[in-house]
Design a protein around this ligand. Structure first.
Ligand SMILES: Nc1nc2c(ncn2[C@@H]2O[C@H](COP(=O)(O)OP(=O)(O)OP(=O)(O)O)[C@@H](O)[C@H]2O)c(=O)[nH]1
Ligand SMILES: [Mg+2]
Length: 214
């Protein structure tokens, strides 16, 4: 998948990155996105209907990126709408709830549907709700095993407390930028994942001028 650039309202070039988030209903996809994009959390949200998206603008070594995170509905009746939103995604979050064993089983189906449309994209499995440790049904080891078997990045998070949310976002972004074709494929990123800070990324090689622009 190529990257598209555009000129923002301030006359600056931004590169668009599209990430889709999938998983069973109620695992916390919408709250994960809210935490990434707005640093907020809602205790009693409505289930997502159809598809929604939020974006986050970030700057990495002088290069501006507009990361769009497309939020899909986990309810079965919206499955086909969710699948329509996969198009042109550069990466995906595959979320399950560590307090519901069934949600990691269902994650396998979501993974299949993702890979059918997007066979080569970077995917990160997210075991969410780690603030509910006392209700845990999916062990950290199960999450690791599932991710290893399916060649996924993996992190456990809490959208509620924010634990590991930024780290997972930047880790997937790093993977996306490392994998991509020109102008990004030769960029080596170096993310500082110090938990007490917002992660920062250093791009060691300068970005070659894109042939496709704006
Ligand atoms: N304790 C805790 N609750 C969470 C966390 N993330 C989400 N929740 C709660 O889980 C419920 C579902 O969250 P949503 O973000 O709406 O779930 P969703 O995956 O978007 O669900 P659909 O839109 O139906 O697919 C809500 O009550 C949230 O407040 C978390 O990290 N910890
Ligand atoms: Mg939702």
């Amino acid at each position: 998948m190529d990257f598209n650039s555009f000129v923002n309202d301030n006359g600056e070039k931004e590169t668009r990155v599209k990430i889709v988030i999938v998983g069973e209903t109620n695992v916390g996809k919408t709250q994960f996105i809210l935490r990434v994009c707005e640093n907020t959390f809602n205790e009693s949200p409505n289930a997502t209907i159809g598809v929604d998206f939020k974006s986050k603008s970030i700057e990495l070594n002088g290069n501006k990126f507009r990361v769009e995170i497309w939020d899909t509905a986990g309810q079965e009746r919206y499955r086909s709408v969710a699948e329509l939103s996969y198009r042109n995604s550069h990466g995906a979050f595959l979320v399950y709830d560590i307090t519901h064993l069934n949600s990691i089983e269902k994650a396998k189906n979501w993974l299949q549907s993702l890979r059918k449309t997007l066979p080569d994209i970077a995917i990160m499995a997210i075991g969410n709700k780690i603030d509910l440790e006392e209700k845990r049904q999916v062990s950290l080891e199960q999450g690791h095993q599932f991710s290893k078997e399916n060649n996924l990045l993996f992190m456990e998070t809490s959208a509620k407390t924010g634990e590991n949310v930024n780290d997972s976002f930047y880790s997937l972004l790093r993977k996306i930028l490392d994998l991509k074709e020109e102008p990004f494929k030769n960029i080596k990123t170096n993310i500082n994942l110090n938990k007490s800070q917002t992660p920062s990324i250093n791009l060691n090689n300068s970005i070659k001028k894109s042939k496709k622009c704006c």
